[in-house]
Design a protein around this ligand. Structure first.
Ligand code: FBP
Length: 559
């Protein structure tokens, strides 16, 4: 069936993503430079013993070479894993182009529906025509995605069998922290079995929490933040026009508040809650409500009964009393799952939970509205995470603030009106057309992933950095996945996982918010970023996030 294309899509299909100059000479003309040996961020002995074959390799970078590498014929498989992020299609396009440049007889297979595709043997073979339809488009619909956790011997064995059937000797997993943990487990398994199948990861997630010195940012963060910033800007204009609502906007980003922080810097709203700060200052739910109510009351005293509050998706997990309760809840839920499933009535479920929790945690659980209690009991994702996108923290805060403001009114501390609107921006940004930055970055990551394979590496993450310089000056290379790992409790057991990078409260990005937030709270210094621009001067279209600019300031490598 011929699909109907939008005008923008037709134009975007023609966009040629930019590559770092080291990769521009072509996939056959590359040299690999080895850097320092690495070790895991924490728990080195445990990680080393779990990944004896993949642990501790050197960081690597590429440079263009004069000599041409003759590559033998290879078949590669690719998997999109976890939540959608703008640019995933371009990672596959970059990978495909590199593979075909290396040898036109090479094949690229796409496993369907995420990691389960490789276990069940569901795949497609990419062709020029097929790939061309998806260049520079958002979404993961090219092959679909999923959250299946690859961890059992049985799953690995099935994956191996399916690779053997297709003659696959390399797999690229495009995913976030959990999916790249999967990639590392699979790489280790294949290496231990001498299966001759390499595994390379690509850093994806709109959350922006998969990063370190070598991985400056995960792809998708740039486009998602710009999309949310456009929406927040529009709402700020609406609020400033009607002057009758406080808009509580929950922003996706899972545990970390990188998205919330970036959107705040792009739009300058009245209140921005940062989960990491809440935890560091040990702010209780009550003190968060006090802080937000005090800003609302101060603005009301100036005759402004409106405003914008940004709430990070994962806030609830960082409030100390909630964090302790959720950890306790996660442990007991794994134990009493059967008992809970047998009960239909919600109140009965809550009673079972309250009995099983420690006394102080039971008290916190009991104090929550029914809606939030049920949301906290929803299934964990396959990696054991609470599905924070399903917890309506924005509504919980509105309800608590309404009660607080009534008390303040009685005490003569609030004389205004409080009308509220709740929003959740998340899915709106995950499949937008990738910005020029993400289109270029993703294409480079995919192309680079094949370069890593060509040099025989496995258990590596594709790394492209120096990202605030023009694309030609980007540095392409790779880092061992074990470098980002530590041990964490999941489903009640200690497991090796990639450590999430949370907001650094001493870093320049948070400091910028801290320096401005009092001013932004009371004075309406709103910024309206508008829609992402794809065509026009590069100073407008190629510019990336404030987060990346601030975090890499002074670290730029000049070509
Ligand atoms: P990844 O970590 O897999 O990239 O997921 C990102 C994310 O968009 C989170 O921000 C959000 O909490 C979660 O996915 C929502 O998951 P789902 O798509 O399963 O509802």
């Amino acid at each position: 069936m011929k699909r109907t294309l939008s005008t923008l899509q037709i134009e975007r299909l023609k966009y040629q993503p930019k590559l770092p100059s080291a990769l521009q000479a072509g996939i056959k003309k590359l040299d690999l430079i080895e850097g320092e040996k690495t070790q895991s961020v924490r728990d080195q002995a445990d990680i080393k013993s779990l990944f004896p074959n993949c642990y501790g390799g050197p960081t690597v970078t590429f440079k263009a070479s004069e000599e041409e590498v003759i590559s033998e014929k290879r078949n590669i498989g690719v998997i999109l894993s976890g939540g959608q992020a703008p640019g995933g299609h371009n990672v596959i396009a970059g990978l495909y182009d590199a593979i075909k440049q290396a040898n036109p007889d090479n094949k690229l297979y796409g496993f369907l529906g995420g990691p389960s595709g490789i276990i069940e043997g569901n795949y497609i073979e990419f062709t020029d025509e097929f790939i061309d339809d998806y260049r520079n488009t958002g979404g993961f619909d090219i092959i679909g995605s999923g959250r299946t956790k690859l961890e059992t011997e049985g799953q690995f064995l099935k994956a191996w069998e399916n690779c053997k059937k297709l003659g696959i000797n390399g797999i690229v997993i495009i995913g976030g922290d959990d999916s790249n943990t999967n990639a590392c487990m699979l790489a280790e398994y294949f290496a231990a079995k001498k299966a001759g199948i390499q595994v390379i990861g690509c850093p994806k997630t709109i959350d922006g929490d998969l990063k370190n010195e070598q991985i400056e940012i995960s792809f998708g963060f740039d486009t998602a933040c710009k999309t949310y910033a456009e929406l927040v800007g529009n709402i700020q204009r609406d609020a400033n026009s009607a002057k009758k609502y406080w808009h509580f906007i929950k922003l996706m980003g899972r545990s970390a508040t990188h998205v919330g922080l970036e959107v705040a810097l792009q739009t300058q709203p009245n209140i921005t809650m940062i989960s990491e700060e809440v935890e560091a200052k040990q702010m209780s739910l009550e003190s968060i409500v006090d802080y937000m109510s005090s800003v609302i009351a101060k603005r009301a005293a100036q005759g402004k009964n409106f405003g914008i509050a940004l709430i990070p998706e994962g806030l609830i997990e960082f409030v100390p009393e909630m964090k302790a309760m959720i950890a306790n809840l996660n442990d007991i839920m794994a134990e009493i799952e059967g008992k809970l499933n047998a009960v239909k009535n919600e109140e009965e479920k809550f009673a079972i939970i309250e009995k099983a929790l420690d006394a102080s945690n039971a008290k916190v659980f009991k104090s929550l509205p029914t809606l939030i209690k049920s949301q906290l009991l929803m299934d964990r994702d396959p990696h054991g995470n609470v599905q924070v996108s399903k917890i309506e923290t924005e509504k919980l805060l509105i309800a608590m603030i309404e009660t607080k403001l009534k008390e303040m009114k009685k005490a003569g501390q609030f004389s205004g009106k409080f009308g509220s609107q709740a929003h959740f921006f998340g899915y709106e940004g995950r499949c937008a057309f990738p910005s020029n930055f993400d289109a270029d970055y993703c294409y480079s990551l995919g192309y680079n992933a094949y370069a890593l394979m060509q040099f025989g590496l496995t258990g590596y993450l594709s790394s492209v950095r120096n990202l605030t310089a023009p694309a030609s000056e980007w540095i392409a290379g790779g880092i061992p996945l074990t470098m980002m790992m530590n041990m964490e409790k999941r489903h009640g057991k200690m497991k090796p996982v990639i450590q999430k990078a949370l907001v650094d409260l001493n870093g320049p990005v948070f400091k910028k918010l801290e320096d401005n937030r009092e001013n932004w709270a009371l004075n309406d210094d709103y910024v309206f970023p508008g829609a992402i621009q794809y065509f026009g001067p590069s100073s407008v279209c190629d510019i990336t996030t404030q987060t990346l600019k601030l975090e890499t300031e002074g670290k730029l490598v000049k070509a």
